[in-house]
Ligand binder design. Structure first.
Ligand SMILES: C[S@@+](CC[C@H](N)C(=O)[O-])C[C@H]1O[C@@H](n2cnc3c(N)ncnc32)[C@H](O)[C@@H]1O
Length: 213
């Protein structure tokens, strides 16, 4: 995705009350961080936060952490959150490469991956957020009954994800190649990219991944 640099965004990350500073210190203690015993759901590569903000507003009984690599993108989510001040929503400016430094075994109930960067070249496949490398990382901190929910309009990335997850021993469910015209559309909150690509007529694919018992 093309990124527009926003002057001051990086500095804002260091002082904004909704951005968790030194998140490694909360590894294994995220419920303590939120001050309650509610489940933790995360979105990796959350972009400007439309999806996670709507989810957090609708589900006050869940704690949400949004992870985004770039300050200039995350700052848009912070603008929304400063208006809403949702107590169950916080953000990490973090490269997903380091996600296992942040969460301990079984600490996260749900991982959302929405319209992740496709990295179409084979030599970049390891960077895809649904590569075997990343799936192995998620398995380290996903609760036994937890799952990864993945949406994209990119059929190449979707097929790759289905193949990779199957080969890595994950169980696939709720698979659809046209989410918006499927029963799973009920309650489906749209992301920024989802709205953009659906408006172009692109069908949206979705699958849920669970580790086999
Ligand atoms: C195509 S956008 C999708 C944004 C949003 N999820 C949506 O559906 O509208 C992908 C986002 O993932 C972020 N991203 C890409 N690689 C990442 C990584 N390794 N760690 C964290 N965020 C990443 C990008 O900066 C970008 O904001």
């Amino acid at each position: 995705m093309r990124l527009r640099n926003i002057p001051g965004a990086r500095e804002e990350m260091l002082v904004n009350p909704y951005v968790v500073q030194e998140p490694e210190q909360w590894r294994g203690r995220w419920r303590e961080f939120f001050g309650n015993d509610r489940p933790i759901h995360i979105e990796i590569g959350m972009g400007k936060g439309q999806f996670l903000t709507a989810l957090a507003a609708a589900n006050p009984g869940i704690n949400y952490l949004g992870i985004e690599k770039y300050s200039s993108v995350l700052i848009r989510a912070l603008e929304k959150q400063s208006e809403l001040d949702l107590p169950n929503l916080r953000f990490l400016r973090l490269d997903a490469e380091n996600v296992t430094d942040i969460f301990a075994t079984a600490e996260v109930e749900r991982i959302y991956l929405n319209f992740s960067d496709p990295w179409p070249k084979d030599r970049h496949a390891h960077r895809r957020l649904t590569s075997d490398r990343f799936l192995a990382r998620y398995a380290q901190f996903l609760a036994p009954e937890g799952f990864v929910a993945f949406k994209t309009d990119n059929r190449g990335l979707f097929d790759y994800t289905v193949e990779t997850a199957t080969a890595c021993g994950w169980e696939l469910s709720e698979l659809t190649y046209d989410l918006h015209h499927s029963p799973y559309e009920v309650g489906n909150l749209h992301t920024e990219y989802e709205d953009r690509f659906a408006a172009l007529g692109n069908p949206i694919c979705r699958v849920v991944l669970r580790r086999k018992a």
